[in-house]
Write a protein that binds this ligand. Sequence first.
Ligand code: ADP
Ligand code: MG
Length: 573
Amino acid sequence: MPRILQLPPHVVTKIAAGEVIERPASVVKELVENSLDAGATRIEIDLEEGGADLIRIVDDGHGIEPDDLPLAFCTHATSKLRDADDLFRVGTLGFRGEALASIGGVAHVTLQSRPAGRDAGAEITNDGGKLSFVRPWNGAPGTRIEVRRLFANVPVRRKFLRSTGTELNHVVEAVTRLALANANVDFILRHNGKTTAEVPRGADLRERLALFFGREVADTLYAVEAEQGPARLRGYVADPACERGNARQQYLFVNGRWIRDRSLSHAVQEAYRGLIMTGRYPVWFLFLDLPPDHVDVNVHPTKAEVRFRDNQAVFHLVLSAVRDRLRGLSLVPRLTAPVPARRADDEPWLRPSPSSPAALFDSVSSTPATSNTHLTPTYAANPSPPKAVQMHDAYLLVETPDGVLVIDQHALHERILFEQLRRRMQAGDVERQRLLVPEPMDLTSEQAAQVLEHKEALGELGLEVEDLGGGTVLVSSYPAVLTRATPAVIFQSVADRLAARNRPPSRDALLNDLMASMACRAAIKAGDRLSAEEIAALLAQRELADNTHHCPHGRPTSLLFSREELDRQFRRT
Ligand code: ADP
Ligand code: MG
């Protein structure tokens, strides 16, 4: 077992310093990380009053030599780092030798430890920085640490603690992160004597996710696995239908450590673009593993952020892995509704329908197709065209081998046009429709300035413009696939988006946004009566295009009422 040594001053100065103990959850995080670094396979956490009165952690790790006990409480004393170079290849969760010293300074701590293979152990106490002598202790191999009356000697800090429930929630969050990253360890969390969480060692990641986030989440997860150079990504991303109003169910781990990273969160959000509406957040759990010298973990006081040696490569790995995974899926949301309980005296065929079919269609299940083996039916394999009926001049009802598909004609056409434009733009050959007489457009000065600034990008989209001065712009061509709308309507939507306040910052995202606006303007609208040929053409295009399950703004284009669900609702099964 490595011995504890005080770091020399030239190493200490290179360590990102800062206060790490903010609340009970920070104590739990630091102590459990120590247990994990000691190779523990079982970690028990007991709290009283949200941890403010007591935090006790018992592990079965390799323990601490009796002689090293006083050193464990010294600042910058660690067994995990020897020289400054080690800072650039950290393989443990801790390395600064600060946590025990900080905790000892603000609480009453008892540290008991028996190294594996020794007959007896020893204990020491630290009362607000005052160390006791080392005494013999006869406990099981491993380490046991009790932190009582946190911040009792720093009343200002104690006052900042929130309610027991809030502090407990923070601890649960900390334990969740640690337990997700360490699937080979038993975790037990008890509060005031009652078990709050119990995660057995055998439970794999998906089972752990079910334990912490519920079956509904666990059942909508798709596994992701990808590699690029020395970097490896694995984990799960949830079906877009499982979206949330905040980013709390997004977890990123780098080399087994939970971290926050705006750039990588953005990469995942980007991968979901078009599948989720603006302002909504996907659920995901991703683990990135890199050689230790490819990531600097010594940049943040609580190590909640890291720096990557090659930021771009990592961004690209995450974006492409998640995007590719989502692309291959059938993401048509399935409609379900609760089936009312059957009464004993009920004859199912006599009873009136409990709710109108329209009401059933209102409820969209948040648990859509759970496996990618369920693919949208391919009509190409089926020589006879699908049977469709237009309803309310807005929806198409289509019979498929899987059930009844309800299609939003506008959303679907919008997605088809968007995909056609996008593919052509990527190939650099957007077909232009030249105007016999170029059309002058009067814009606000802001719009005109934005349009002229993006003249080149608009050219790539098939929109050729000339400055006539005074806020007037001359449009001489527009994309040929968008002929359902007039050039003026298409162009105006682009000018509006360019001058909008919430315009996306990056060039790619902006082009996507402009294509989505144009596709929206040129698409069939709700209220347009379609001919049989138009319906057939739309359905045929649906089969040919990618990602037709959602419109470019993230709304679903189709909903499936599966055959099984119909049978279930009508009590045929
Ligand atoms: P760090 O983890 O950064 O080294 P800490 O202050 O958290 O610093 O811990 C100081 C030292 O005490 C560690 O380097 C380790 O040697 C020892 N230690 C702390 N907790 C444990 C534990 N649960 N099991 C074994 N060793 C421990
Ligand atoms: Mg530590």
